[in-house]
Design a protein around this ligand. Structure first.
Ligand code: SAH
Length: 352
């Protein structure tokens, strides 16, 4: 690591901003030393905001039926090999109950863009969850919907919405999605969610096909400007039945490097150490936490469907014995000096 890079990391740690050109230098100069310095700086900032606490979210994968055809995604509509499923309202509520008993106080309902989940059905589901667990947070991750729809779901009680921007570069967005999907619509959705009052999450994949350093810099500048409440970053991993079947995966090292930078650009952000990171490396989740992440999202989906929500090959699925898994996760976090806490785990404001 040369002095310039060290200086950039210091500036980032103190001022929480870097110019476009500076970020490009930082990304191009990535080596072990720079990664370690970034990691330590991110860890310091995270500890000032969140201490050593790690928040947990119970992920419920409600449906793998999807009208979209994203080139990278295993549940895209053109994948005829995907065994489709949809959880019933009853099954979703059972997942919530199991999660609640384990200590989860945030439920994340994620799924493909499945027309079955109309506003009416979702609103009654959200209201029922809120009735049963008034002090729990509901996070939705159900893709692009109309503004009015987001508003209705919010009014019904949804607190947060995760919608990764996927990439902040229009040309790269087009490389990853079919022509009927648009970068503008994705961004408009994020803005609408924020205006409505959701806690909003954006994010992107690391190492998606055709991704360049400039694309990553654009993602980082977008995150710095948008200051999301949450940010999902994980490596791209190919799925055998997609157009990107033969593309290589993003790396643990680059993902952790970016997690550290994001922690410094948006100190109070809720930053998950993602399932994808745990999939490419057995210690991936721990590495993500050490790099600055402060959230983990164990799967609460029933074991009968857990394997079917296959966004990419060999997706980690540890839900079968949730209680045992959570215990193991607690121990793994304790082993690296962190503590899993229950509670809603809202974002904290960072004051310099
Ligand atoms: N339909 C919802 C949820 C999508 S799945 C939505 O559109 O937001 C959640 C995230 O998984 C996606 O946003 C994408 O970034 C990630 N993902 C999909 N396919 C992936 C792959 N092959 N490798 C890694 N991450 C992937």
């Amino acid at each position: 690591m040369n002095q310039t890079v060290e200086g950039l990391i210091e500036k980032l740690a103190q001022e929480h901003t870097l110019e476009t050109g500076e970020l490009a230098i930082l990304l191009k100069a990535r080596d072990k030393q720079a990664a370690e310095l970034l990691r330590q700086s991110a860890d310091n900032v995270r500890q000032r905001v969140y201490g050593r606490q790690i928040y947990i979210r119970g992920l419920i994968e409600v449906s793998n039926i999807c009208k979209n055809d994203c080139y990278y995604c295993g549940i895209r509509k053109s994948n005829g090999y995907c065994q489709r499923y949809r959880l019933t309202e009853e099954e979703i509520l059972t997942c919530c109950q199991e999660g609640y008993d384990l200590g989860f106080r945030t439920f994340v309902l994620q799924g493909g863009e499945d027309g079955y989940f109309t506003d009416q059905r979702l609103c009654s589901l959200i209201e029922e969850i809120k009735k049963r667990y008034a002090h729990c947070a509901i996070t939705l991750s159900l893709g692009e919907r109309r503004r009015e729809s987001y508003q209705r779901l919010f009014d019904a009680g949804a607190d947060r919405y995760l919608l990764r921007h996927e990439t902040a570069t229009k040309a790269h967005y087009q490389r990853l999605h079919p022509p009927e999907m648009s970068y503008e619509n994705r961004m408009d959705c994020l803005m609408a969610l924020r205006e409505i009052g959701y806690q909003v999450g954006c994010g992107f994949m690391v190492g998606s096909p055709g991704q360049t350093i400039d694309h990553l810099v654009a993602d980082l500048k977008f995150i710095e400007a948008f200051q999301p409440d949450m940010c999902g970053i994980g490596p791209f991993i190919s799925h055998r039945d997609t157009p990107f079947a033969c593309q290589k995966a993003g790396t643990l090292e680059m993902t952790c490097y970016l997690l550290s930078i994001v922690r410094l650009l948006a100190p109070g952000v809720l930053l998950p150490s993602t399932t994808a990171l745990g999939t490419i490396d057995p210690k991936g989740r721990e590495q993500g936490i050490l790099a600055g992440a402060n959230v983990v999202m164990p799967n609460l989906s029933p074991s009968s469907v857990g394997k079917k929500y296959e966004l990419y090959d060999n997706k980690l699925y540890t839900g079968q014995e949730s209680a045992q898994h959570l215990e193991e996760l607690k121990q793994r976090m304790e082993a690296i000096g962190y503590e899993i806490v229950t509670g809603r785990g809202d974002a904290k404001t960072y004051r310099i």
